[in-house]
Design a protein around this ligand. Structure first.
Ligand code: SF4
Ligand code: SF4
Ligand code: SF4
Length: 412
């Protein structure tokens, strides 16, 4: 048995996880973390009955893991049970396979971005995708960018330069195919702080496949990333990412769920940080450029559930508080409801929106001009739920350094 499976024995049946689980608070379709996790796991075995389908209503937000006083790995137990459930029932549905392939979709769609965006967003296509695939027609889908990040120039690195000043940037699919301006802001902020930014070829981190029950495909993507990232980590480079989901996947989600314990995996995990976590470390070492220009505005900062799972506090909020004039109001809500691809699914869209509603209310009542969040899918959900723009914290830092205003602000 793995550490994840062994952790169920620590459950003291306190029900704390049940009272915090966001979907369990808004729907009866999910029996809650204690039942779907440790309690059901006691009766699961490779030859035993298939897991109950209700486990698919776990969003994977990991709020339960954070509050469990006994360290039970509830979210991972549920993710593994979901993968087994699909295996037993004829395989992963087409809808989940599509949603798990953000990299492939991006690669196919970006050369014809205007056409792809038209096909993806017009009401007839949305209705067909809703009826045939089960992707809710109201759910927030992103728009492909015609220009991808990093482009041809930025994919090289120089082995001759000083490795202590070299940082590897894991941009993830969202920055590559939908929001290249976030990658440009990240590079600008790192370079402003004297870093050489290395952007190696990279795959999707594999999280969408893991959370949609496709473990074999996820393993291929994860192994591909290790082949590129491990030699760089071995050369002393730190790895930073602007998606809290990608960095969490490299740190622990992929090795834990795939039972992929290796020297390369441990090295990459130990070398990976969220970009704001990395910049806070730089600040603590007295090495962060703090010559921020004042920004006279209020922002509502939402720490995504995937960032909380890093257990590093809220480094983005700490950094933004260094900016004169900027008021940072924290959302104090654990989840926006989208949970990667969960809230896009027809049977879960209303659950996701109900989970996110207190956060949407908080954003709208705060009087903030925009929200700030480290995770792409959460930003898309918050924009969908509030109508207000949402940006990555690195865009705020770049703005305050005078390196460019966030695109969402420029667009008004
Ligand atoms: S991961 Fe989130 S949705 Fe799943 S059981 Fe835990 S708290 Fe509930
Ligand atoms: S919080 Fe942890 S210990 Fe308490 S019921 Fe849930 S899994 Fe068990
Ligand atoms: S978590 Fe990161 S790499 Fe994975 S699909 Fe999302 S953006 Fe892409």
């Amino acid at each position: 048995m793995t550490d994840v499976e062994l952790s169920l024995d620590a459950c003291i049946k306190c029900n704390i996880c049940v009272s915090y689980c966001p979907p369990a608070k808004v729907t009866d379709l999910f029996p809650g973390p204690k039942y779907a996790g440790p309690q059901a796991q006691r009766f699961r075995s490779p030859r035993g009955p298939s897991p109950d389908a209700s486990v698919d209503y776990c969003s994977g937000c990991r709020v339960c893991n954070l509050v469990c006083p006994a360290g039970v790995r509830i979210a991972e137990l549920n993710a593994k049970a979901r993968a087994r459930m699909y295996r037993d029932r004829g395989g992963v549905p087409l809808r989940n396979r599509l949603l798990g392939r953000s990299e492939l979709l991006g690669r196919l769609a970006h050369p014809v971005a205007p056409l792809a965006n038209y096909l993806l967003h017009n009401p007839i296509s949305r209705w067909l995708a809703d009826a045939w695939l089960g992707i809710d027609r109201r759910a927030p889908l992103p728009r492909f960018s015609l220009h991808t990040f990093p482009g041809p120039v930025r994919s090289k690195w120089s082995p001759a330069s000083n490795p202590r000043r070299r940082v590897v940037y894991f941009h993830g699919c969202a920055t590559r195919y939908y929001e290249p301006w976030i990658g440009r802001a990240a590079v600008a902020v790192l370079e402003r702080n004297g870093m050489e930014v290395v952007i190696p070829p990279q795959n999707c981190c594999s999280l969408p496949m893991l959370s949609n029950g496709e473990f074999d495909a996820a393993r291929r993507y994860y192994d591909g990333n290790l082949r590129t990232l491990a030699p760089l980590a071995e050369a002393g480079c730190e790895i930073v990412g602007t998606s809290t989901s990608c960095t969490l996947t490299l740190k622990e989600e992929a090795p834990d769920l795939l039972e992929a314990d290796s020297d390369a995996g441990r090295l990459v995990a130990a070398s990976t940080s969220d970009i704001c976590e990395y910049l806070v470390r730089l600040h603590e070492a007295g090495a962060l450029d703090t010559a921020f220009r004042p920004l006279e505005l209020s922002v509502l900062y939402h720490a995504p559930c995937q960032l909380n799972a890093h257990r590093v506090g809220h480094p983005a909020a700490d950094l933004m508080r260094l900016i004169p004039g900027l008021t940072v109001i924290e959302s104090e809500h654990p989840c926006c409801g989208i949970a990667g691809t969960y809230g896009l699914k027809k049977e879960k869209y209303a659950i996701g929106m109900a989970v996110g509603q207190p956060l949407f209310d908080r954003v709208q009542q705060s009087g903030a001009r925009l929200s700030v969040c480290d995770s792409e899918t959460c930003r898309w959900q918050i924009v969908h739920g509030t109508g207000l723009p949402s940006v990555h914290p690195i865009e705020i830092l770049a703005w305050s350094y005078g390196l460019g205003e966030p695109l969402a602000i420029r667009k008004g």
